[in-house]
Design a protein around this ligand. Structure first.
Ligand SMILES: [Zn+2]
Length: 212
């Protein structure tokens, strides 16, 4: 889920805090942004438009090497942002597929691999975004961050973790809420809806597990 990606991106600040402590705050914010940016494609080619599971890691390694040679704010910030985006894009492969109810495990699409020109299959080590194991990962990431984040950035870490906790609590209900909202839209909007929402237009009986 997005908060877990944001916290994972911020983890880049840990090695920076050891090597160049004065740039750790920059790395934390850049890692946060890098962890969030891929999901800005949520409603426009989700997990394809801004997800690059091959190119982001390559860019992160190149930028990371540059930052080691010349640890300037620009180099460290770019490396942290790319590392955050890389962690996000690769981590999505180990989650669920691209579907409204990912816990049903029907989708074969996790993340689009632009380099190989195909969708990567979801591994489902984390069953769905907002699952208890997803929240556990967010907590694990937030713990070490609390030691390197200053007083102001600690609020960013804590706030992100709070969003993760709330999202985990309501995640399964959100699918039904989204379906009701989509059903209330006028028919002409269907071509503009992401496929996972457009498919929800077809009426269906409530399924076991909804709303839990
Ligand atoms: Zn994503």
């Amino acid at each position: 889920m997005l908060p877990t990606h944001a916290l994972s991106g911020m983890l880049v600040a840990l090695p920076v805090a050891l090597a160049v402590p004065e740039l750790s705050a920059l790395a934390l914010v850049a890692g946060f942004c890098g962890g969030v940016v891929p999901d800005l494609d949520m409603y426009a080619g989700h997990r394809k438009t801004l997800h690059y599971p091959v190119y982001y890691p390559v860019g992160a390694v190149v930028a990371g090497l540059a930052a080691v040679v010349v640890p300037s704010p620009l180099a460290v910030g770019a490396a942290a942002a790319l590392a955050g985006a890389a962690l996000h894009s690769v981590a999505d492969v180990f989650g669920s597929g691209l579907e409204l109810r990912p816990w049903e495990g029907r989708s074969r699409r996790a993340v689009y691999d632009h380099y190989h020109g195909r969708w990567l299959v979801p591994r489902r080590l984390v069953r769905y975004d907002g699952a208890p194991e997803d929240l556990a990962l967010a907590v694990l990431a937030a713990l070490p961050l609390s030691f390197v984040a200053g007083s102001r950035l600690l609020a960013l870490v804590a706030g992100t973790l709070a969003v993760a906790a709330v999202y985990a609590g309501v995640r399964r209900r959100l699918a039904s809420v989204a379906e009701r909202l989509v059903a209330a839209l006028p028919p002409w909007t269907t071509p503009y809806l992401p496929p996972r929402y457009a498919a929800a237009r077809t009426s269906r009986a409530p399924r076991e597990g909804d709303g839990r």
